[in-house]
Design a protein around this ligand. Structure first.
Ligand code: GLN
Length: 194
């Protein structure tokens, strides 16, 4: 890291980007909304939020963000994808993560639900997670580490410096997943609440 304070970009075309910004603000880390390729300059990490993956994909195409995002990932910039963000990272979308995400995987009866489970690398007991029309990982390559699963389906994975979650840690009032991402990204939290 340079001496300048770290800056995390949050893709802000659609979806739950503001909740991620609030989480990082609570951890003392600055964020910038990303809407066009120029907004990617100088970022130390990037978040792809939840929302609607089809709408976000169209926005990425419209703004010419696909290649710049792939270049960012190839250059080693850490990325966190949550829910729709996980889908966008997969093989058939941006092709950044060696996984195949299955959209709305939990079925009609389980559009939205909450669950508690352990996540590898997260200390202090189970994480309370909110799932909203969530995907799971249907297939993944050997370089992908599964951090948590539900009924045998991966819902939290890491590949190098890329973390993808089926659920919404920005909505449950706990910051351990954002801290895990900061650790993966090599960024130090400096929030008041430590
Ligand atoms: N079901 C949405 C999709 O397929 C994702 C939902 C979410 O991000 N909460 O894009």
């Amino acid at each position: 890291m340079s001496d300048a304070s770290p800056l995390i970009g949050v893709l802000a075309l659609q979806g739950g980007f503001e909740a991620h910004q609030r989480m990082f603000a609570g951890l003392g880390v600055k964020t910038r909304q990303v809407r066009v390729p120029a907004d990617l300059t100088g970022l130390d990490a990037l978040v792809l939020p939840g929302g609607e993956s089809t709408t976000m994909t169209l926005g990425i195409e419209r703004e010419g963000l696909g290649d710049p995002l792939r270049e960012l990932a190839a250059g080693g910039t850490p990325i966190l994808g949550t829910c729709a963000g996980m889908i966008i990272l997969d093989r058939v979308h941006l092709g950044i993560l060696d996984v195949l995400a299955q959209r709305n995987a939990f079925g009609r009866q389980l559009h939205s639900f909450e669950a508690d489970f352990d996540v590898a690398g997260v200390e202090g007991g189970p994480v309370h997670a909110v799932f909203i029309r969530a995907p799971w990982i249907a297939e993944h390559g050997p370089g992908v580490e599964v951090l948590a699963q539900i009924d045998g389906h991966p819902v939290a994975v890491r590949q190098g410096r890329i973390v993808a979650l089926s659920f919404h840690p920005e909505l449950t009032g706990e910051d351990r997943l954002h801290r895990l991402f900061l650790t993966t990204a090599g960024i130090e939290a400096s929030g008041r609440e430590q």
